[in-house]
Design a binder for this molecule. Structure first.
Ligand code: HEM
Length: 933
């Protein structure tokens, strides 16, 4: 028992006036150790205290006075004598009795302690369960929120159901809820309307916010405390619980929450309202809670990210999903700064004061829905700190740059957001650079304001080809014109044209390739668009074909075609579309000259205006007419305005997209690109066939253009490399193209203008008739020297209607023109069309006056030599000029020997034009033929 005393001394604390145990473990039952006035006494029904005079609080020195009570038997024994044995026997039994009692008391104490321990264990287990359950519910809340985000009508449905349920619940619950819940149901509807329309958001923000707050707390207390509404340990939760109306309200909340968690609601399916207050609610909630939730997949990233955004010391509890369970977080005594990272209050903070509605306007529907949910979840907090600002910044970026979904999936990853922002910015800058890069180098050149992407194409739509004359008047002889994204430097001064095309030819040797041509590979391999060394080799080779002697030898061929063509004119007063007639004639002539092939288009039996009439002429003619139709279609589709194929239009606006679009569209039947591509492939196939046949021909004496090229190709190794079959086909086709449409246009416009000007007609007829008998065919020399007035008429007509109003060039290095330094790659386009209408060189420019080209005329003498350049200028000037003039003069002489022409009443006035790669008549030139007697 000594040992027991010692133990007591160690554990028992003195309280003064007696001893009292400090804990339940040190509260003793009656003990055998007693001193003077000592022993155990009951201080309350459950507790005993050791009482002794020497056992006083703070008086340690008295402890030694406490002595164990000496029992009589011991004393007697010590005092010696066996006489007392019998008496001692009785005392011993008494002692034994006492010890037994003590043991029983101790046993009872041990049993009680064990029970206490068991209770404590159970209590701890229950707390653990509750903790796990709470965590699972938080996971469910977040899963629910994610689903709700994907369902636009979620809040609306929720609000409706809450209202319905409230009605069904009956008067008592309804009254209790009305105190706190009813207004907030309406508020929820407001939230729903916020999700749907930003204007109502303003109203919503002006609502009674504490009421909303209460409602949200009520709502979320259901999920957080549903199990323990009758056993709330958390004092804050407890007070909230009481405030919200006790257990009835809990039942309502649980039901509401049950609905919230129901998949039907979050998946958007309208759901019958389940009218039940009873256990099924609990069962379902329990079921839901019991289901394993894939926390990490859906939200761990987001939660982690939230943790990242908060101060380090709070991270652990944050990771447990505190973002959406603000109240319990607060209850844990933690500062709420991180929890409020996404709170509406801070949305307000970020957007400084009352810009919340504005922000809601910009968030888009998903963003607004999300914020509505944040209002629901996170309303009670109000903290304003750096972390919040930062997280909201990221949030805002996510909303604007990525939408909500990726953020929810991937978390608020600041480096990633930064990377996205940088990438988007870089792309925007790249786009701007691409769109405005070409402009930047030439920005100093004057020009009208530019419409992004369209450039000045609307101006072209408004003024037609005359747009350059209009702009030259306003901006001077050198100005900027944006063909979509591409700026052109338009040079509208004879001296500057000379500088560009002749003096600085070395720096500006090539043509830029406009959008319509880059859409047509068939047109790219001709002389026109080849560049640098390849161009000079090709040009030198081809030039031999245009030697005067060779041209002179072509006169009889040309004459025979012209005579044959005019046999079509059957009777006087016949009305024809002269432009079609001239096109057939020019195509036949160039076909014979270029390929040595007689297309037979202008022969008498093909007298119909329409080339299609050849379909009735047997297979050969059908083939030819098909070929020519395709050639005309292919050429006329090459538009410089916005009326071409889609890929050409795209090429004008964003050139880099032209080829991808062409590649796609040419595979889609019915599109213009598809038709153009099919046509071009047919033409190429036919040309390849013609070239192949020519190559196989034994008779190499033919004087056509193709045979000449093939011959020169055999004799020179260089040109053999340059003139590969595909280039031969392209150049030959180019002759067909350049030689037909341009010549035909010029011929038609001369006849049209002469018909309009009787004086000119009279003088012209006089000159032609004065040449000699009508069957006398003029030679090449005659044509050059014996028809001066005809010369003047042709020139004036070419001035009046310039078939090629723009002549393209491109700088191959930095060059200065007209005081402006133009970077390499600048598109400089000469404007013969503007020059031709410049009153400085051509007084009364809109008057048709061939005499202005009389060599003896003052105007002619004063005129700048480069004022009229319909065939271009410099080393890249038209290679077919003489050929074309010879053909035009020969045709006119023959026509005016036999016929006169008058405007048809069916023709529009003034003439309308299309602006393709060259100018063309919109509806053709319609004339009446009058036979001369
Ligand atoms: C009235 C008829 C014609 C007119 C108005 C005309 C107009 C022009 C113009 C303005 C150029 C650009 C010149 C430059 O860039 O400086 C050109 C080039 C050219 N023309 Fe013509 N042309 C006509 C007839 C012809 C004929 C009949 C042929 C062929 C037989 C032809 C073949 C060419 C070729 C191959 C080029 C490119 C020259 C090169 O880049 O080296 N042209 N033409």
């Amino acid at each position: 028992m000594e040992g027991v005393v010692v133990k007591e001394e160690e554990t028992v604390t003195c309280t003064g006036g007696g001893a009292s145990s400090s804990s339940s473990s040190s509260s003793f039952s009656p003990h055998p150790m007693e001193g003077l006035n000592e022993g155990f006494r009951k201080v309350d029904p459950d507790r005993w205290e050791f009482a002794n005079e020497g056992f006083l609080g703070g008086q340690k020195h008295l402890l030694k006075t406490i002595k164990r009570k000496r029992h009589l038997s011991q004393t007697t024994q010590q005092q010696g004598g066996g006489a007392c044995i019998e008496v001692g026997q009785f005392e011993f039994e008494g002692e034994l009795e006492r010890l037994k009692r003590d043991r029983n008391v101790l046993m009872a104490e041990i049993v009680r302690l064990k029970q206490q321990q068991q209770q404590s264990r159970e209590h701890i287990a229950a707390m653990e369960d509750r903790l796990r359950s709470t965590e699972r519910k938080q996971q469910r809340v977040m899963t629910f929120l994610a689903k709700a985000l994907n369902n636009p009508s979620f809040i609306e449905q929720f609000a409706q159901r809450a209202a319905q349920r409230r009605e069904i619940r009956g008067v008592e619950i309804g009254r209790k809820r009305r105190l706190t819940a009813s207004p907030s149901v309406e508020n929820l509807q407001e939230v729903a309307s916020v999700a749907l329309g930003s204007s109502q958001f303003v109203d919503y923000m002006n609502q009674d916010l504490p009421t909303i707050e209460n409602e949200m707390e009520t709502l979320f207390s259901a999920v957080l405390d549903n199990e323990s509404s009758s056993d709330i340990k958390d004092p804050i939760a407890s007070s909230m619980h009481t405030a919200n109306g006790g257990s009835n309200l809990d039942a309502v909340n649980e039901t509401i929450w049950e609905e919230l968690l129901t998949d039907d609601l979050v998946s958007g399916e309208p759901n019958e309202v389940a009218v039940s207050d009873e256990p099924e609610v609990d069962v379902e909630v329990e079921d839901l809670v019991a289901k394993p939730v894939d926390w990490s997949d859906d939200f761990q990233d987001l939660v982690d990210q939230m943790g990242y955004l908060r101060p380090e010391r709070q991270q652990r509890s944050f990771r447990r999903g505190a973002v959406f369970s603000g109240r319990s977080y607060k209850a844990a005594g933690q500062p709420a700064s991180c929890v409020t990272a996404l709170s509406p209050h801070n949305l307000g903070v970020l957007s400084s004061g009352d810009r919340r509605p504005a922000m809601a306007t910009h968030l888009g529907e998903r963003g607004r829905r999300f914020i509505s949910l944040l209002l629901v979840v996170d309303w009670p907090f109000e903290v304003n700190d750096d972390v919040t600002q930062r997280s909201l910044f990221c949030l805002k970026i996510c909303i604007f740059c990525r939408g909500w979904h990726p953020m929810i999936e991937n978390g608020l990853d600041v480096p990633m957001v930064t990377a996205i922002v940088c990438t988007v910015s870089a792309m925007l800058l790249g786009l701007l650079g691409y769109l405005y890069g070409p402009y930047w180098g030439v920005r100093k050149v004057p020009g009208p304001p530019v419409i992004p992407l369209l450039g000045h194409l609307p101006l072209m739509a408004k003024h037609g080809p005359d747009v350059f004359t209009v702009l030259a008047k306003r901006y001077g002889p050198i100005f900027r014109f944006h063909m979509g994204r591409q700026p052109l430097i338009i040079v509208a001064d004879p001296e500057l044209c000379k500088e560009v095309a002749i003096k600085k030819f070395k720096d500006i040797p090539n043509r830029s390739v406009p959008s319509p041509i880059s859409a047509s590979p068939l047109h790219q391999k001709g002389l026109f668009f080849t560049r640098d060394a390849r161009w000079s080799t090709m040009r030198n080779t081809i030039l031999s074909v245009y030697q005067p002697s060779h041209l002179a030898s072509l006169v009889p061929t040309m004459q025979s075609f012209i005579e044959s063509a005019t046999e079509n004119f059957q009777s006087s007063n016949e009305e024809i579309t002269f432009s079609n007639f001239s096109l057939k004639l020019a195509t036949d002539v160039i076909g014979q000259a270029a390929f040595g092939v007689d297309f037979g288009l202008s022969k008498p039996q093909s007298a119909s205006d329409s080339i299609n009439s050849f379909h009735s002429q047997g297979k050969d003619n059908c083939d030819v007419s098909e070929f020519i139709n395709q050639h005309i279609y292919s050429t006329t589709q090459l538009k410089m305005d916005l009326s071409g194929s889609f890929s050409i239009i795209i090429g004008l606006l964003v050139p880099i997209l032209q080829e991808p679009f062409r590649q796609i569209l040419k595979r889609i039947p019915g599109t213009m690109d598809w038709k153009v591509d099919r046509t071009n492939r047919n033409i190429s196939g036919r040309l390849d066939e013609i070239v192949r046949k020519k190559m196989e021909e034994k008779n190499r004496g033919s004087k056509d253009f193709l045979s000449l090229i093939l011959r020169s190709r055999e004799s020179e190794t260089l040109s053999k490399k340059v003139f590969t079959p595909d280039y031969i086909s392209a150049v030959t086709y180019e002759h067909l193209l350049a030689g037909s449409i341009t010549t035909s246009f010029t011929l038609s416009s001369i006849v049209y203008l002469v018909a309009q000007h009787p004086e000119t007609e009279k003088k012209l007829l006089a000159e032609i008739d004065g040449f000699g008998p009508h069957d006398q065919i003029p030679t090449a020399h005659d044509l050059q020297n014996k028809f001066p007035y005809l010369d003047q008429v042709v020139k004036e007509a070419m001035r009046f209607y310039v078939v090629s109003p723009l002549v393209a060039r491109e700088t191959s290095k930095e060059v200065e023109i007209g005081g402006y330094v133009l970077p390499k790659g600048t598109w400089i386009w000469l404007a013969p069309g503007v020059l031709a209408k410049d009153p400085k060189n051509f007084p009364e420019p809109d008057r048709f006056k061939p005499e202005r080209f009389d060599p003896n005329c003052e105007e002619e003498k004063r005129r700048h030599p480069c004022a009229l350049i319909p065939f271009g200028i410099g080393p890249r000037a038209c290679i077919g000029k003489k050929f074309s003039i010879q053909e035009i003069k020969l045709s006119l002489i023959h026509l005016y020997r036999k016929y006169l022409f008058r405007h048809s009443p069916n023709m529009e006035k003034p003439l309308e034009f299309e602006f393709g790669i060259v100018l063309n008549f919109k509806r053709g030139v319609k004339l009446r033929i009058i036979k001369r007697t």
